[in-house]
Design a protein around this ligand. Structure first.
Ligand code: DX5
Ligand code: ZN
Length: 223
């Protein structure tokens, strides 16, 4: 069994008020990471923001930027996000034929590499390649929008990952993304997640920082 670290809470700024983005990032200074959702209007039917906004966020926080690329052709764009200050670059395995090559390219620049997968994509073919990655982002909603309902059946993927990672003694962070709230975080923690993205649950709260602390406590007591 790998050593238990404190749960990682990664608020998604997709749910923040973009007119005061700097203040919204300051409001979650007690979080562990900042989750940055990049959408290109092709891989997903929504557009968010790109590398310039990511760079602006990097300027106002010391927290690691967990950059989730929901874009086609990620190999063409990863370097812009590394230059923008990403601490981890996560691409979708549905968007590339060469996930291992891309992870090596990211890691060679001293940045963590992660992959994500849509709810309908199986995890099994990726298990033998896990050692090439620092992070796996399990989607518990269809990527593209914040504020959707949590899909509990995706926790089966988390359990599969948890047993494989522990059995092979790998250092890979399991992160979950979509519909994480005070009602759902405990089941995700119990299934074996290390890191939790939360958009609406943090930014729809009057006090986003307090929401972060409550989520972290709930995750810690469920593990
Ligand atoms: C969805 C994004 C998520 C989203 C989560 O495509 O990847 O990170 O911001 O939002 P909530 O927590 O509201 O489901
Ligand atoms: Zn995300």
């Amino acid at each position: 069994m790998a050593e238990q670290r404190a749960p990682i809470i990664a608020p998604s700024i997709l749910a923040a008020d973009f007119t005061v983005l700097g203040k919204e990032v300051e409001a979650i200074a007690n979080a562990d990471w900042v989750h940055v959702d990049v959408m290109d209007g092709h891989f997903v039917p929504n557009l968010s923001f790109g590398a310039d906004i990511t760079k602006a966020v990097a300027r106002v926080t010391q927290l690691p930027l967990d950059v989730h690329l929901m874009i086609e052709n990620p190999q063409r764009w990863v370097d812009s996000y590394i230059e923008a200050g990403a601490s981890c670059v996560i691409f979708h395995i549905e968007a590339t034929d060469k996930p291992v090559e891309l992870a090596r390219h990211i890691r060679a620049q001293g940045v963590r590499a992660g992959f994500s997968l849509r709810p309908a994509t199986p995890i099994e073919p990726m298990l033998e390649h896990l050692g090439e990655f620092d992070e796996v982002l399990v989607m518990s909603v269809e990527p593209g929008f914040g504020g959707q309902s949590f899909m509990p059946e995706q926790l089966e993927k988390v359990r599969t990952l948890r047993s494989y990672i522990d059995a092979h003694n790998l250092d890979v962070t399991i992160e979950i993304d979509g519909g994480i709230s005070e009602d759902t975080i405990a089941q995700a923690a119990a299934a074996g997640c290390d890191a939790f993205v939360a958009g609406s649950a943090v930014y729809r709260d009057q006090d986003p920082g307090a929401a972060v602390d409550r989520l972290r406590n709930l995750a810690a007591s469920a593990r």
